[in-house]
Write a protein that binds this ligand. Structure first.
Ligand SMILES: [Zn+2]
Ligand SMILES: [Zn+2]
Length: 246
């Protein structure tokens, strides 16, 4: 599939998704990327979850992707694309993907969640951005819009590799609030772990963390190449998630 087909095709964002393996031998128990032999976590998760006080113990990626893939283009251009029509189109598609995924898998990713759960997003960390593209994606879906709350603002721009309890500031009372935290991409976990820890320290009950894409660098290590090869052998389906046995 070409990039142009991704733009104009009917179901192209879902066609660009790649299977996420359940946590297992050689699959990180936090982010579902590859681990070195005998390790339960990848190096990035090992590091970023140790940098904050109350990290997320598990993250649910909807898809894996590689830099340069169609999903990578979609996840960049829905916020940075020059053409506003393109941004809207990709935003709609990502919104449908997120909404469809959460409808099907809420029971797997947040079993027993209280019916008054709310959804929030990790804010953009680029200082120049006043827009909140992922918030718009969530709010495109009627049932998610009713549950959406803005809880965080970027305080100190978190570095790519370092998570911190103070990278985001909690801007409303979240004590006791059952919250599903969403981010668009996961690379090292610095943003997701910073946001989760800030919310939990403020008293929120983070019931699950969902990211649309977990980036995989299949050139980095043989383990990562192996994980990617295995993932692409299994077709991605919306009715399957990495919390089920497969
Ligand atoms: Zn990991
Ligand atoms: Zn599921």
């Amino acid at each position: 599939m070409t990039w142009r087909e991704l733009l104009w095709g009917a179901d192209s964002v879902t066609a660009a998704c790649t299977f996420v393996p359940p946590a297992a031998e050689a699959v990180c128990e936090v982010c579902h990327a590859s681990t070195r032999q005998g390790r339960r976590r990848c190096f990035a998760c090992f590091r970023t979850s140790a940098q904050v006080t109350m990290p997320a113990e598990g993250v649910v990626p909807i898809s894996l992707y590689r830099t340069g893939d169609n999903l990578w283009h979609a996840l960049r251009r829905y916020k940075d694309g020059r053409d506003p029509r393109l941004r809207r189109r990709l935003g709609r598609r990502l919104g449908r993907l997120l909404s469809g995924f959460l409808r099907r898998h809420l029971a797997c990713i947040a079993p027993g969640v209280s019916p008054d759960w709310r959804i929030t997003v990790v804010p953009p960390t680029r200082r120049r951005s006043q827009r909140h593209p992922l918030e718009k994606v969530v709010r495109r879906s009627f049932w998610l819009r009713r549950r959406y709350v803005r809880t965080l603002r970027t305080a100190t721009r978190p570095s790519h590799n370092a998570a911190s309890d103070t990278a985001f500031k909690v801007i409303r009372d979240v004590r006791g609030l059952p919250l599903l935290v969403v981010d668009d991409t996961f690379t090292t976990g610095a943003s997701v772990q910073s946001a989760t820890s800030a919310l939990r320290l403020a008293g929120a009950q983070v019931v699950a963390v969902v990211v649309i894409g977990r980036v995989v660098n299949s050139d980095a290590t043989p383990e990562e190449a192996e994980l990617w090869a295995a993932a692409t052998r299994t077709p991605w389906r919306l009715n399957r998630c990495c919390r089920e046995g497969g």
